[in-house]
Design a protein around this ligand. Structure first.
Ligand SMILES: Nc1ncnc2c1ncn2[C@@H]1O[C@H](COP(=O)(O)OP(=O)(O)OP(=O)(O)O)[C@@H](O)[C@H]1O
Ligand SMILES: Nc1nc2c(c(=O)[nH]1)N=C(CO)CN2
Length: 367
């Protein structure tokens, strides 16, 4: 294993980032350093850009994510960028990203605050099909984004161990002194500790995970759910990552004497905007003869968006996390069977399920 590195240092961007409400309204400067570990000897011999990873493409990838996504924590941004860089080209064995936040809201005088995330390929979760960055390169770099290089892309079989991970040697960019605003002035008490508000019409700059809850208690529910999952698998810009076992559940709310429901939870990865995903969910409901008659009434198919990455959304059409999901064992239990360590608004889904009133009314069906 070589020690070759590509380094991109001091990339100056601005972003919406921070846990304070004020920080979610205005952009602030960020400085980003990235290191990519890959074998540079093919390019060293050929003098051909196609034999390496273009640092310009890396800069574009970082800029695309920073300029379109909102984060609360610089840790999350660094993690997201590191994973996106590793996924962008199979030859990249490991990457490290440092996010500097020189105008962090501290009351003290300081030069810089930063986090560094180091990840090897084996530590980055698979992104089944949406793992290519958008080909957003322009001008002289057109066509330079390296497409799957076939034979030369071999690093997936030789993942680094954590101990071998790259070390960032980047000196902190000399950032000088910054404007500081006291936490009190910024209204610290309003800071939102979990998640961030997200523009529901903004498509994701990189694939994000979303959890969907499906339910049916009219018609052939088992066939309907299978067909809904298939429709998700076939949808553009969506990859189904995990599907829960089926649950037979007693109706919660709604008219008396409804049939039991079949419920299922699906985790997807998508580049759709939250509203785009809601459109897709409603299209799939409509294709399965969903007619909206009675609130909580019987339905051939219900597709709810439970989470969309860690976003909070509150638009006239869409609330995320789904406002009732945290109290519904018919959602929480199948979700916890599918993903035993899942969290919802910072709480273990398994624990929330145990507290839900309908906990005893959910039966796991063997598939
Ligand atoms: N997270 C969400 N997922 C799906 N729909 C949502 C969500 N948040 C808000 N909605 C809105 O809720 C409206 C009503 O949805 P629906 O008819 O499926 O409700 P319901 O199934 O009777 O009740 P519930 O929403 O409690 O499951 C939809 O038209 C949609 O715009
Ligand atoms: N058991 C069960 N109860 C419900 C369900 C559901 O999917 N399963 N959906 C509802 C409204 O979406 C209301 N009640």
């Amino acid at each position: 294993m070589g020690y070759d590195l590509i380094r991109l240092n001091g990339l100056q961007l601005s972003a919406i980032i921070g846990v304070l409400d004020r920080e979610q309204l205005t952009e602030q400067p960020l400085v980003i350093d990235a290191e990519l570990r890959l074998d540079l000897s093919p390019a060293g011999r050929s003098d051909d850009l196609r034999d390496t990873v273009s640092y310009a493409a890396v800069a574009d990838l970082i800029e695309g994510i920073v300029s379109t996504e909102k984060f609360a924590l610089i840790e999350t941004l660094a993690e997201t960028l590191t994973a996106a860089i590793i996924r962008s080209d199979k030859r990249i064995e490991a990457a490290a990203v440092t996010v500097h936040k020189p105008r962090a809201p501290l009351t003290q005088t300081f030069d810089d605050v930063s986090v560094t995330v180091h990840r090897t390929r084996s530590e980055v979760p698979d992104s089944p099909a949406l793992d290519r960055p958008r080909p957003a390169v322009s001008g002289v770099y057109e066509g330079e984004l390296v497409e799957d290089q076939g034979g030369s892309a071999s690093t997936a079989e030789s993942p680094l161990t954590a101990e071998e991970g790259v070390t960032v040697t980047t000196p902190t960019a000399r950032l000088g002194h910054y404007d500081r605003t006291s936490l009190a002035e910024l209204g610290h008490e309003d800071a939102s500790a979990t998640g961030h508000f997200r523009d529901p019409d903004l498509p994701a700059a990189f694939p994000v995970r979303s959890v969907l809850a499906l339910g049916s208690n009219l018609g052939d529910s088992s066939a309907t759910l299978a067909s809904a999952v298939q429709a998700l698998e076939e949808a553009e810009d969506v990859v189904v990552v995990k599907v829960s076992p089926l649950a037979r559940t007693k109706p919660v709310g709604g008219p008396e004497q409804q049939r039991d429901f079949l419920n299922q939870v699906v985790e997807i990865e998508t580049r759709l905007s939250p509203h785009g995903l809601l459109d897709l969910a409603q299209r799939i409901e409509a294709e399965h003869n969903r007619v909206r008659e009675e609130r909580h009434g019987p339905r051939t198919l219900d597709v709810d968006i439970v989470t969309f990455a860690s976003a909070n959304i509150d638009s006239p059409r869409l609330q995320v996390p789904h406002p009732s999901a945290a109290e519904r064992a018919f959602v929480l239990l199948p979700w916890s069977w599918m993903d035993p360590v899942a969290l919802l608004s910072g709480r273990p889904v398994r624990e929330l399920a145990q507290e839900a009133e309908d906990f005893d009314d959910v039966v796991r069906l063997e598939t």
